[in-house]
Write a protein that binds this ligand. Structure first.
Ligand code: ADP
Ligand code: MG
Length: 385
């Protein structure tokens, strides 16, 4: 049975009516980590792992959702006087419904069945895939056109203000705007995305460290505070800067004394990472995979030493990946403290790379890494077979 037929059949196990089907992909970020909330540059690609939803309009204003991933069900009355986050998975879905209505999109009630192939909590953005597929479904069922950039912003707002995770725009933007066969270089200030081709000589390979350290969310928000502190302190010398995007490496070095050592290193990661993304986009445009790979390696060192968002297992996995034949570069991808590593690998060496990395990582840590090669996909839309 085709995947869409299977999902339709499961929908009818729980709900009534003829559902419409939607999809929204997870993503891997090739380079540009934690730069999005600094008005900077990122370069993700949408994955073939995605959240699917079967959804049917209801006559009332109840949003009822079931996830096949955790086998849980919940409902929200759009007309309730107050909407209070529940502190669980439903915040990602209901947060989007609440923010859509707040943005003036009047919604209909809906029955929604979600099924996601994005590994949860691994830095491949299962959260944005869930938000975006729910948002896409709710807008479509209520008869609204979907503007992908607007949907991305509303989903980010849901994660910021309803879930309480102060993420940037990257995950939601790429889930809405991914382009098959390409990475997207996104200017997170202007929200312009430009496609970057992935040379057919190379493959993007993702390896999961299989660890996730619980401090991730608190540390994420703390990193964001350090960046804001850096901007505040640097303003004295640099005038009206709005974000670390506006700070050059020379500016930062000249004003190092204004910052504590920790704040300086946090800022240095963002400032140098922005430069790396711009150089990486040029390198890919010129099919200069060696330069691209070197920038990936430098990005990892900066996340590990300056931004301090890596962890022992991920560093081991990156070291193993970088040592393989045919690898151009490797780095942690996603928010940090565990999750996945992304590598760019010569097409002919991918099979050996995956086998050798899996064996060496198991030997070093006891964890069995899930590793896959990706072919970038389009952003969210109707689900077709
Ligand atoms: P990541 O986005 O890297 O996968 P997050 O911690 O940001 O990790 O988001 C993971 C959370 O998103 C899960 O703990 C769960 O609450 C929610 N989630 C994501 N996908 C689903 C799903 N298909 N069903 C239920 N909850 C989901
Ligand atoms: Mg997430």
């Amino acid at each position: 049975m085709a995947a869409s037929e299977a999902l339709r059949a499961r929908f009818l196990d729980y709900f009534q009516g003829e559902p419409q089907l939607f999809r929204a992909p997870g993503r891997v970020n090739l380079i540009g980590e934690h730069t999005d909330y600094n008005d900077g540059f990122v370069m993700p690609a949408a994955l073939e792992y995605q959240a699917d939803a079967a959804a049917a309009r209801r006559a009332d204003r109840m949003v009822r959702i079931r996830s096949l991933n955790n086998d849980k069900f919940a409902e929200l009355d759009l007309d309730a006087d107050e909407h209070t986050p529940r502190g669980d998975w439903t915040d990602y879905a209901f947060g989007v419904a609440v923010m859509l209505e707040r943005a003036g999109k009047h919604l209909a009630g809906a029955d929604i069945l979600v099924s996601s192939s994005v590994p949860v909590g691994s830095g491949l953005s299962s959260s944005a895939a869930l938000e975006v597929v729910v948002g896409y479904a709710l807008l479509s069922l209520a008869g609204h056109d979907v503007d992908p950039v607007e949907l991305a912003k509303i989903c980010q707002q849901a994660e910021n203000d309803y879930v309480g995770m102060r993420c940037g725009i990257m995950d939601q933007f790429i889930s809405c705007n991914g382009v098959e066969g390409h990475a997207l270089m996104i200017d997170c200030r202007t929200l312009q995305g430009s496609t970057v081709p992935i040379d057919h000589k190379a493959r993007i390979v993702v390896a999961n460290s299989m660890v996730h350290h619980a401090l991730a969310d608190g540390e994420y928000n703390r990193r964001r505070q350090s960046c804001e502190e850096g901007v505040r302190l640097l303003r004295t010398a640099l005038g009206e800067i709005r974000a670390l995007r506006d700070v050059s490496f020379e500016d930062l070095e000249e004003n190092r004394d204004a910052l504590s050592d920790v704040t300086y290193r946090r800022c240095r990661h963002i400032v140098t990472e922005n430069e790396r993304v711009l150089q990486a986009a040029d390198a890919l445009q010129n099919a200069d995979l060696e330069t691209f790979g070197r920038l990936m390696n430098a990005s990892h060192a900066s996340m590990r030493d300056d931004y301090e968002i890596s962890c022992e297992e991920v560093d081991i996995l990156v070291d193993i990946a970088q040592a393989q034949k045919g690898v151009y570069g490797a780095r942690m991808t996603g928010g940090g403290f565990g999750g996945c590593v992304v590598a760019l690998v010569a097409a002919g060496d991918v099979e050996a790379f995956m086998e050798n990395v899996r064996a060496a990582y198991r030997e070093a840590t006891g964890h069995t890494s899930e590793i896959f090669a990706c072919a970038p996909k389009d952003g969210a839309g109707p689900l077709r077979d």
